[in-house]
Design a protein around this ligand. Structure first.
Ligand code: XMP
Length: 526
C-alpha cells in the first residue's frame, strides 16, 4: 500500500512535492501521469496528487488527467497544471491568461474550506493559463490580484486544486496545506518515521537475504555508510564491509570511518590501505579525466581481489537513493533486479554478478540522513557535504604527490573547521531570512573546500622572498549541484582563514577565493 500517489505531469518541482508529503511523515511515490489506472489503484492510495507541468492543457497532445482519477472516490489534489487538467477533464474551461503570473502572489481565501485558512497568505505562482469556467459541483474559495481562481474544490467528491505551488519554500503555508490534504482529508496515518523506515527495511532485507552473505563497499559518504549500517542491523555478521583508503580522503577521514564501523557499530570491517598503489598509479598524471579513470580502475581491481578473498558473497549493497530512481525514470521497478555492474562507489567489475540490496531506494537524502542518525552514525558522517569519488586527486591540480596532498588536507581542514565553527557548513534557506528581501542570497554553503593550484607565486616572508604554491578556496550555495552560486562568506572569516593557512601550512604563500558561479564554471576545479 502506498498512502499517497503523485502523478507527474512534468513538474520541475516533482521531487519537492514528494519531499513535502514525506515531511508530514506520510509515505508517497511518484508515478508518470500516464501510468495505467490498474497500476495506480493497485497501490490502494488514500490520496492522489496531480502535479504541475510545462504544457497548456488545451493544446493538442498535452497530457490529460484520466477520468478514473476523479471517479475512484479517492481524494485528489491538483497543483497548478494539475488544477487545469482537473478542470478540463471534468468539463470546465481553461484559457490563456492575459499575462503570465510568475513569482510571489498574496492570495485571499474568502470561503470556509478544509484546505486553506481564511484570510491572506503569501504563495508562489508560475502559470500562463487561467480557469474561465469551473466544472459542475466546484466552488472557488480563493483569489489573488491577478488570479480570480486560486483554489477550487468539490468537497462532496473530495476534489481539491490550487493554482499556486504549496511545495516550494516561497509558499510558507504550503506544508500546513499539504498536511491538511494528506492527513485530514485523505486520512493517511503519519507513521513514516526514521524508526518505522528502519524496522520495515530490516525486515525486508532479512526476508530477502536469508542466511546468505552480503558485501558492502563503504566510501565514508552518507549513502554507502547508511546503507551498510542498515544491512548490518538486519543481518549482522553476514555482512562484510570493505573500505579502501586510497590516500585521497580528507584530514582524519579514514580514521573516522574505521572507528565508526569497526569499533562503534561492530561491523565485520575490512579497511584496505591502498595509499601506495593509488599514488604509484597516479604518479606524474596531470590530466583530470586520466586521474578519474585510474582511480576507478584501481578501485575495481582492489574490490575484485577482496570479494574473492571473502568467497564471493552473492549479495552486494548499493546506496542508490530515490532521486536516482526517479531521475532514471525507473520508479516502481522490481527492487530485487539483478544487474551486472553499477558505478556507485567508483565502479565495479563488469563481469561480477551480484544480486543488489538497495535499502535506500525509496528514500530522499534528508530521510537517509535521519535514518543514519537514528541508527547511530555520527553527525559528522551523516551531515557531511558531498565529496567526489576521485577525492582530493581532482582538487590537487597538477601532479598528485603525498606532500601536495598533505598540504591540501591541512588547508582544507583549516577552511572547513572555520566554516563549521561559524555554522556555515550547511545552507540556511532563504525562507529563514523572512520574505522581506526575496533576492537575498542564502547563507552558508552546500559545498566548501580548498584546491591546491599547480602554480607558484612570489611572496615575502620575513626578509625572504618566497616562491610557493597557491590555495584557492571554493564555497558554493546550491540546491541541486547543477547550477551554483559562490557563497557570500563573511570577509572577516576569509581573512582569518587566509592568515591561518599561510602561517601554518608549509609551502603555501597565497590564498584566493573563487567568485565564479556555475555555469560558466563548475563546482570542482577539474
Ligand atoms: P561539478 O564540478 O561538475 O560538480 O560542478 C557537481 C557535483 O559533482 C561532484 N563531482 C563528482 N563526484 N565523481 C563524483 O563522485 C566525480 O568525478 C565528480 N566530479 C564532480 C562535485 O563535488 C559536486 O558536488
Amino acid at each position: 500500500m502506498t498512502p499517497i500517489i503523485i502523478l507527474d505531469f512534468g513538474s520541475q518541482y516533482i521531487q519537492l512535492i514528494a519531499r513535502r508529503v514525506r515531511e508530514q511523515n506520510v509515505y508517497c511515490e511518484i508515478l508518470p501521469w500516464d501510468t495505467p489506472p490498474e497500476k495506480v489503484l493497485a497501490r490502494k492510495p488514500k490520496g492522489i496528487i496531480i502535479s504541475g507541468g510545462p504544457n497548456a492543457v488545451y493544446e493538442p497532445g498535452a497530457p490529460q488527467a484520466a477520468a478514473y482519477i476523479f471517479e475512484s472516490g479517492i481524494p485528489v489534489l491538483g497543483i497548478c497544471y494539475g488544477l487545469q487538467a482537473m478542470v478540463q477533464t471534468l468539463g470546465g474551461r481553461v484559457i490563456p491568461a492575459i499575462g503570465r503570473e510568475y513569482g510571489y502572489a498574496r492570495i485571499e481565501t474568502f470561503a470556509q474550506n478544509p484546505l486553506l485558512p481564511l484570510g491572506t497568505q503569501l504563495t508562489w505562482m508560475s502559470h500562463g493559463d487561467m480557469v474561465e469556467t469551473l466544472p459542475a459541483g466546484f466552488t472557488n474559495v480563493s483569489k489573488s490580484q491577478n488570479t480570480a481562481v486560486a483554489a477550487i474544490m468539490d468537497t462532496r467528491r473530495n476534489l481539491y486544486a490550487v493554482q499556486f505551488h504549496p511545495e516550494v519554500g516561497h509558499t510558507p503555508g504550503g506544508p500546513e496545506m499539504l498536511r491538511r490534504f494528506v492527513v485530514d482529508i485523505c486520512g493517511a496515518t503519519p507513521n513514516w518515521t526514521p524508526d518505522s523506515i528502519i524496522e520495515a527495511s530490516v525486515e525486508r532485507i532479512r526476508a530477502e537475504v536469508g542466511d546468505a552473505r552480503v558485501l558492502a563497499a563503504v566510501s565514508g559518504g552518507v549513502d554507502s555508510s547508511v546503507a551498510a549500517a542498515l544491512v548490518h542491523k538486519a543481518v549482522g555478521d553476514q555482512l562484510d564491509a570493505i573500505f579502501v583508503d586510497n590516500g585521497l580522503l580528507r584530514l582524519g577521514e579514514p580514521q573516522r570511518v574505521v572507528e565508526t564501523f569497526s569499533k562503534h557499530l561492530g561491523v565485520s570491517f575490512h579497511p584496505i590501505n591502498a595509499v601506495e598503489t593509488f599514488l604509484e598509479h597516479l604518479r606524474g598524471v596531470t590530466d583530470p579525466e586520466t586521474k578519474r579513470h585510474i582511480i576507478g580502475e584501481r578501485f575495481i581491481r582492489i574490490f575484485e581481489e577482496q570479494a574473492k578473498k571473502l568467497g564471493m558473497p552473492p549479495y552486494l549493497v548499493q546506496g542508490t537513493i530515490y532521486p536516482d530512481v526517479v531521475e532514471s525514470s525507473g520508479t516502481g521497478q522490481d527492487k530485487t533486479r539483478r544487474i551486472k555492474s553499477h558505478h556507485n562507489v567508483g565502479g565495479l567489475p563488469e563481469d561480477m554478478d551480484f544480486k543488489l540490496i538497495e535499502p535506500l531506494r525509496d528514500l530522499f537524502k534528508d530521510e537517509v540522513r535521519a535514518v543514519g542518525e537514528a541508527i547511530g552514525l555520527p553527525g559528522g558522517m551523516v551531515w557531511r557535504q558531498p565529496f567526489p569519488g576521485p577525492g582530493l586527486a581532482v582538487r590537487c591540480l597538477g601532479a598528485v604527490t603525498w606532500e601536495r596532498l598533505e598540504r591540501l588536507r591541512a588547508a582544507d581542514a583549516i577552511f572547513t573547521h572555520a566554516l563549521g565553527d561559524a555554522d556555515l557548513l550547511h545552507m540556511h534557506p532563504p525562507s529563514e531570512s523572512a520574505d522581506a528581501n526575496i533576492n537575498a542570497p542564502p547563507r552558508g554553503s552546500a559545498q566548501a573546500f580548498a584546491v591546491l593550484l599547480p602554480v607558484q607565486a612570489v611572496g615575502v616572508m620575513g626578509d625572504q622572498r618566497t616562491y610557493q604554491e597557491v590555495i584557492a578556496l571554493r564555497a558554493v550555495t546550491t540546491e541541486d549541484y547543477m547550477t551554483a552560486d559562490w557563497a557570500r562568506l563573511p570577509q572577516e572569516l576569509l581573512a582569518q582563514v587566509s592568515n591561518k593557512i599561510v602561517n601554518e601550512v608549509e609551502g603555501v604563500n597565497r590564498v584566493v577565493y573563487d567568485i565564479t558561479s556555475k555555469p560558466p564554471a563548475t563546482i570542482e576545479w577539474e
